[in-house]
Design a protein around this ligand. Structure first.
Ligand code: GDP
Ligand code: MG
Length: 443
């Protein structure tokens, strides 16, 4: 996510950080590089101009040229500007569903932007996070395949999908769906509409017609962030023709250049509610400007990591782990358990990216295959007897040789795993002495 923007925006910031004090020329050079980074990320030129003006103004106002730590101060200035352009901190836009049920939500956007996928993702999100019963409504009479696609996704998300009669008009379809949602007491319904390759009269008329019949509580524009500025232009054109409530950005998982995310709010005034990070129905995250700005500047996103941990790991599992650590009973078995818990959270790479400096670290680790390393460690621990796992002190030379053979590794690798385990055990003991474990973990 934002990989190329990150690299390009960080390089001028890092070079400012290297010098003790900076000159006006240094600052101008850095601003020029940032400007290039923004344009390459397909940020609208008006947005990039305003961005740089704000950063320059702050740099002058905060007397950056006199600072003894200009790198740090400049990072903070750029971070604050990123947060503002992504939509502002603290005031994160939330999709408000306070209305009489069933709350109608309409998704609009161009063909291929991700409407159908996003409809199912949003239904799953509302079901999981807000305990809402959602009815999905396919409403593209021209493409029967789109109905099948939504039904398949609905099954994956385990939410219900309305059996739309595609021989009828879109307005009739949503009326029938509304009736069904009322009689079966759904909390909300999400209507997936037809898209086009470009905005045309027919599409706009159809959307107006659906809107009249549905009276949506929220009309969400689904924008493909890979299309950069185009996504912003289309959003503006849509918004001018039919008022939108907000935006969902899709495909931020590819190396979307970031232009859409940084420009859309500034140019349309519309909030971004969510962003999509994959094709699966669970790949939708609420949009937090400060967290994303932090990811762009490689300062990690520990809050999201903690939330993911809370979702994937049960409280009991976590508590049991902490108690063992606190009592100094952390064994190789627990070490393995801990690693498996980590695996549940996602790939090693995606986890590291959420840690401060994680992207830089990943760069240094290029060539080291973290997943493979994890598999090897697992094989080594699984080749131990349970006595060995509980007490690693019995691991003498011949036992280590046996384990190496059993796991298809070498004695050196076995030694490394034992060494890493001992370090972790020591760290745990330190933490528990300082009473830090309880504070560190959110459970
Ligand atoms: N990688 C990725 N692919 C996505 C995302 N959202 C949608 N897609 C893919 O984009 C393609 C078009 O999506 P679809 O929902 O059919 O778009 P629609 O024409 O607007 O309904 C499909 O292959 C989706 O799997 C996303 O957030 N990330
Ligand atoms: Mg579709």
């Amino acid at each position: 996510m934002f990989d190329s923007l990150r690299e390009k925006i960080l390089s001028p910031i890092r070079s400012l950080g290297k010098s003790g004090r900076i000159t006006e020329a240094d600052l101008e050079e850095a601003l020029k590089d940032i400007r290039r980074a923004l344009l390459e990320a397909d940020v609208h030129f008006k947005v990039s101009k305003e961005f740089l003006e704000q950063v320059r103004r702050e740099a002058v106002g905060q007397e950056l040229l006199k600072s003894v730590t200009p790198g740090q101060q400049f990072t903070k200035i750029v971070y604050d500007a990123l947060v503002r352009f992504l939509g502002g901190a603290g005031e994160d836009a939330r999709l408000e569903l306070r209305a009489a049920p069933p709350v109608p939500i309409l998704l609009v956007g161009l063909q291929g932007s991700g409407k159908t996928t996003t409809a199912a993702k949003l239904a799953l999100y509302l079901k999981k996070k807000e305990k809402k019963r959602v009815l999905l409504v396919p409403c593209d009479p021209r493409r029967p395949a789109a109905k099948e696609q939504l039904r398949t996704l609905a099954r994956q998300a385990e939410v219900e999908c309305f059996d739309s009669d595609l021989t009828r008009s879109p307005a009739r379809i949503v009326k029938a769906a509304l009736e069904e949602a009322r009689s079966k007491v759904f909390d909300a319904l999400i209507v997936d509409t037809a898209g086009r390759l470009a905005i045309d009269e027919e599409l706009m008329d159809e959307i107006q017609e659906v809107k009249k019949a549905l009276q949506p509580h929220a009309t969400l524009f689904v924008a493909d962030s890979m299309t950069g500025q185009d996504a912003v232009n289309v959003a503006q054109a849509f918004h001018a023709r039919t008022p939108l409530s907000g935006v969902i950005l899709t495909k931020l998982d590819g190396d979307a250049r970031g232009g859409a995310a940084l420009s859309i709010q500034f140019l349309t005034g519309l909030p971004i509610f969510f962003f999509g990070t994959g094709e699966g129905v669970a790949a939708l995250e609420p949009f937090h400007a400060d967290r994303l700005a932090s990811r762009i500047l490689d300062r990690g996103d520990v809050l999201t990591l903690v939330e993911k941990a809370q979702e994937a790991i049960s409280e009991d599992e976590a508590k049991a782990g902490i108690q063992k650590m606190a009592k100094g009973q952390f064994s190789l078995e627990d070490f393995l358990g801990q690693m498996k818990m980590m695996q549940k959270l996602g790939s090693m790479e995606s986890l590291m990216k959420m840690l401060p400096g994680g992207n830089q670290l990943l760069g240094q680790l290029k060539g080291v295959d973290a997943e493979k390393e994890l598999k090897r460690t697992e094989a080594i621990i699984l080749s131990m007897t349970s006595k060995e796992r509980r007490n690693h002190k019995v691991l003498n030379g011949s036992r280590r040789l046996r384990i190496a053979k059993g796991s298809g590794t070498s004695v050196a690798e076995v030694n490394r795993v034992v060494q890493r385990f001992e370090q972790t055990q020591k760290m745990m003991a330190q933490f528990s002495k300082m009473g830090l474990l309880k504070k560190m973990l959110p459970f």
